[in-house]
Design a protein around this ligand. Structure first.
Ligand SMILES: Nc1ncnc2c1ncn2[C@@H]1O[C@H](COP(=O)(O)OP(=O)(O)OP(=O)(O)O)[C@@H](O)[C@H]1O
Ligand SMILES: [Mg+2]
Length: 239
């Protein structure tokens, strides 16, 4: 399997007034091509911080991050922006759509700089909206859409640039159970069809179940998986 993302001994400290907040400590993980990878952990465990570092939105205090074997740590803000544009897309918990733009315009937005041909842009936007089942809602503005539909627009917007990696920070947290499952199923089918690496954070066990692999973090550290044999022994010991 091809490694797309690698973090090596990554730590992140935030300065909050005069106190230092240690958000992540010594995180060394890999994410492979085609994975549907969950970053799971309780509130405050560092999930968003980790996704922001992988997504080149923020820089680590220590350690290095590699994307496609390229060390991105130490890159200038401009160069990080280029990496984001070329390789990454984001899906947020609160959808982050532009309220005054229609679904179609929201999805078109990330293509405005890179795809100059209007017809090609339109084709790609329509295809992306179709793949999330929203071809009948192209003219609707976010406030004319349900939460699930808004998140599907956000998924289409992420897809349209054909990124290597789609990062989703608790993409179902603002949706009811059923809608959340629908949205996740759409993400999963895109993942299967396009082999795009998805990395998403969650603290919902139902969402974790859909992952091809789970990395658990607590207090900013990776929790090593318990060896299956040990788990069995512990279980039989207690009962
Ligand atoms: N910009 C910041 N300044 C100071 N502290 C921060 C900042 N961002 C995050 N933190 C702290 O870092 C830790 C990890 O936060 P993070 O948002 O990554 O957690 P999370 O796992 O995403 O939580 P949640 O499930 O609630 O979204 C927390 O203790 C948080 O208070
Ligand atoms: Mg978070």
């Amino acid at each position: 399997m091809k490694t797309i993302v690698k973090t090596e001994h990554v730590s992140k400290t935030f300065l909050l007034g005069k106190t230092q907040v240690q958000a992540l400590t010594d995180i060394s993980i890999k994410a492979f091509e085609g994975e549907f990878l969950a970053i799971a952990g309780p509130s405050g465990s560092g999930k968003t911080t980790l996704l922001n570092l992988i997504g080149c939105i923020d820089k680590p205090t220590k350690g290095i991050i590699k994307i496609d074997d390229e060390i991105v740590t130490g890159f200038s803000s401009n160069k990080l922006a280029d990496i984001r544009l070329a390789k990454l897309a984001f899906i947020f918990q609160t959808f982050n759509l532009i309220p005054v733009l229609s679904a179609c315009e929201n999805v078109e937005y990330p293509l405005l700089k890179t795809v100059k041909n209007k017809t090609e842009r339109f084709d790609r936007v329509f295809y992306a909206l179709q793949s999330v089942g929203l071809e009948k809602f192209v003219k609707h503005r976010p406030d004319e859409l349900s939460g699930g539909q808004r998140q599907r627009v956000a998924i289409a917007r992420a897809l349209v640039t054909e990124p290597r990696i789609i990062l989703a920070d608790e993409p179902t947290a603002n949706l009811d159970q059923k809608t959340g499952e629908d949205v996740l199923n759409i993400m999963k089918s895109i993942n299967k069809d396009s082999n795009t690496l998805f990395i998403f954070s969650t603290h919902d066990p139902k969402v974790m179940q859909m992952a091809s692999r789970i990395i658990r973090i607590t207090d900013g550290r990776v929790v090593e998986p318990t060896h299956p044999g040990r788990l069995k022994n512990e279980f039989s010991h207690k009962h």
